[in-house]
Design a protein. Structure first.
Ligand code: LHQ
Length: 262
């Protein structure tokens, strides 16, 4: 059985983590398959990515069943796993010039929580939860957790989540600004499909430029950010979809965006 399921429909590349009996915890095979699936997102036929999990969890982070160390043996070097797999994955999600929707269908724990937070629009089922499980096993948040949490939730809440490793409900995650929204469990599939379809028929380059500008903002002073917006808006305005958007508005019709990247 493949540990990642992939389908492409109407411009949406749907990627499902598929190790439900392990709560979709990551092993090297799943990382490799996910990397290959996300490579498909480079094709012009893909205009949005939808990431979700099979079964009752979104993802329980690293598969700990292969991590048992016998006393006296050399410890496993976790930097290798982060350097080879988790860090490139988080960067890929952030740097992909296309929107990534994450449907958090159940528990998102450890790296699984932070991979969800790395996505652009996170929509969670009401029964889902987010657990910075790291402190419970003697680790610190990784996969971008120490970067995302203070920016999304503020430093007091980031610290509490990191140090206590308590379960945060999807509703609290939304109230704290960690995610875009929560929907009833039986509405999740329809909601994420509608949002993904909408994004896949939008002006793809403009969305990519929004992603780029927002990513840059946390390291920039306002003056620098204004310069960046000026530079990027020039590109958006000169693109085929930029022209189509304005023309459609003036002609009082719905725009037909090609989604071409410059
Ligand atoms: C699991 C796992 C799991 C294996 C549930 N592995 N089997 C990066 C670099 C390198 C190394 C270190 O880490 C990292 C990043 C990380 O992600 S570190 C954090 C790793 N993840 C965790 O510590 C979470 C561990 N899991 C849990 O705390 C709970 O299972 C959660 C809160 C996810 C769900 O709780 P429950 O709903 O009560 O389910 P459960 O605990 O009964 O789990 C169901 C099964 O899934 C169970 O197996 P079993 O054979 O007893 O049915 C678990 O052992 C297995 N499972 N997480 N990460």
């Amino acid at each position: 059985m493949s540990s990642i399921l992939v389908s492409l429909e109407t411009g949406v590349l749907a990627v499902t983590l598929n190790r439900p009996d392990k709560l979709n915890a990551f092993n090297p095979e799943m990382h490799e398959e996910l990397r290959a699936a996300l490579e498909q997102a480079d094709g012009p036929e893909v205009r949005a990515v939808l990431l979700t999990g099979a079964g009752r969890a979104f993802c329980a982070g690293q598969d700990l069943s292969t991590r048992k160390v016998t006393p006296g043996a050399a410890p496993i070097d976790l930097a290798v796993s982060l350097g080879n797999y988790y860090n490139p994955l988080v960067r890929r999600l952030r740097e992909l010039p296309k929107p990534v929707v994450c449907a958090v269908n159940g528990t998102a724990a450890g790296a699984g929580a932070n991979i969800a937070l790395a996505c652009d629009l996170v929509i969670a089922a009401r029964s889902a939860s987010f657990v910075q499980a790291f402190s419970r096993i003697g680790l610190l948040p990784d996969s971008g957790g120490t970067w995302f949490l203070p920016r999304l939730a503020g430093s007091a809440r980031a610290m509490g989540l990191a140090l206590l490793g308590e379960k945060l409900s999807a509703e609290d995650a939304a109230a704290w600004g960690l995610i875009w929204k929560v929907v009833d469990d039986d509405k999740l599939a329809a909601e994420v499909e509608a949002v993904s379809d909408r994004l896949a028929s939008a002006a793809t380059q403009a969305l990519a430029l929004s992603k780029r500008a927002l990513a840059a903002s946390s390291g920039n002073a306002l003056a620098t950010q204004l310069d960046l917006e000026r530079e990027l808006q020039k590109l958006a305005g000169a693109s085929a979809d930029g022209l189509e958007g304005v023309n459609a508005f003036l002609e009082k019709r719905a725009p037909r965006f090609s989604g071409e990247l410059a």
